[in-house]
Write a protein that binds this ligand. Structure first.
Ligand code: PLP
Length: 376
């Protein structure tokens, strides 16, 4: 981008333009083929995504929120069950729990923005002491970095509670060399346009190694059908359309390369901001971060955001208000130990810098220079 052009915080259109010929050909193939729902593109994409994530099965759905809903239902979560997750996440993680009549219980986050394992342990014990059934635990791999999965999964396992990983921001992230999504009983991905793997509309995926779970998810995404027109169980409608599947197949082919570019941009930010009066993102030991977002912490964050905007640099807030303080949830959601100090402190200082694979090194240098100039 030239010196004078604005730099957006994210730019899914740039990802389209980079692969325009291939994506246009994929869309034309679907339009001319005549099959628009549950066809060969979706089947091929499911197989390719399962192979890419090293899962046995992948079930494509309409979006990530539906993936969480269907995943929770397939795991046998019942109305009234507690489902433990975090408040520092997209509101979808929590809204999915309430959509099936389950009750969210929210835990604080650690320094890497993942679920605090000791908070999980406390809240799980408290639920069990009170005789509450805990239906599932949902760790979120926020910003592209794995949550502290080993203690989280061990804590859930000792109470025989399944783990549904929310990988919506972490396609390809690893922990100890193993992909996220491989630790829990099932995992959910979103293909919202700005995600590391994003379509040009809505899309989502559930992955699992458990054949019975996969079967349940497949039936649930289309009216409970295992056989056409026979609703053996009560399902819903949440299907990834053929056009999105064909586009996502094109983009999956370069996801590793795109994630590597995100990592290179993060390294440039790390280096360029080493002496700036901000905090750079902390890395979890053994974690392969895929930098869905590069999130700094800055006192006077709102001023910095405004000054960067004056210089044509777009930034984001992920998220400005934690879920438990949103108007729809405030005062009525159970919080571990009654409060979430890290979550609330984070919301006041976080700032997401421009991050997408098509950013050039020169763009990144401009962002770094603008931060330095804004803070001096
Ligand atoms: C962590 C997280 N969970 C769930 C979702 C929901 O995904 P979707 O927007 O595809 O429904 C998102 C996407 O915004 C997300 O970032």
């Amino acid at each position: 981008m030239s010196q004078s052009q604005p730099i957006p915080q994210t730019d899914p259109r740039a990802g389209y333009l980079r692969r325009k010929a291939e994506i246009d050909a994929a869309v034309t193939r679907v339009l001319s083929g005549g099959q628009y729902i549950l066809g060969s593109e979706m089947e091929a994409f499911e197989a390719e995504f399962a192979a890419w994530t090293e899962a046995e099965q992948a079930i494509a759905v309409g979006n990530g929120t539906d993936g969480l809903v269907i995943g929770l239902l397939a795991l046998g979560v019942q109305p009234g069950d507690r489902v433990i997750t975090v408040s520092h996440t997209a509101v979808a993680t929590v809204s999915a729990i309430e959509m099936i009549g389950a009750v969210p219980v929210l835990v604080d986050t650690d320094a890497c923005y993942g679920m605090d394992p000791s908070g999980l342990s406390h809240v799980l014990d408290a639920c069990l002491r009170e005789g509450r059934r805990v239906g599932a635990v949902i760790p979120v791999h926020l910003y592209g970095q794995a949550a502290d999965l080993e203690p989280i999964c061990a804590t859930a396992a000792r109470a025989a509670v399944p783990v549904l990983e929310d990988c919506s921001q972490a396609h390809g992230a690893t922990l100890g060399g193993r992909q996220v999504g491989r630790y829990g009983q099932a995992a959910v991905y979103s293909f919202y346009p700005t995600k590391n793997l994003g379509g040009y509309g809505d899309g989502g995926m559930i992955t699992t190694d458990v054949a019975a779970l996969a079967d349940e998810c497949r039936a649930c995404r289309q009216y409970g059908w295992r056989e056409r027109f026979v609703s053996a169980s009560a399902g819903r409608n949440s299907r990834l359309d053929e056009m999105q599947a064909a586009i996502l197949r094109v983009k999956l082919a370069s996801l590793s390369e795109d994630n590597a570019r995100r990592g290179a941009i993060a390294a440039l930010y790390d280096q360029g901001l080493a002496t700036a009066p901000i905090e750079r993102p902390q890395r979890r030991a053994q974690a392969g971060h895929v930098f869905h977002q590069y999130v700094i912490r800055a006192e006077g964050r709102d001023d910095l955001k405004a000054r960067l905007a004056e210089r044509g640099i777009g930034t984001g807030l992920h998220y400005p208000v934690p879920v438990h303080l949103q108007p729809a949830y405030a005062g009525r959601i159970a919080l571990a130990d009654g409060e979430l100090p890290n979550t609330e402190a984070s919301a006041r200082v976080i700032l997401s810098l421009p991050m997408y694979p098509e950013l050039t090194d020169t763009d990144v240098e401009r962002v770094i220079a603008a931060i330095s100039a804004s803070m001096s």
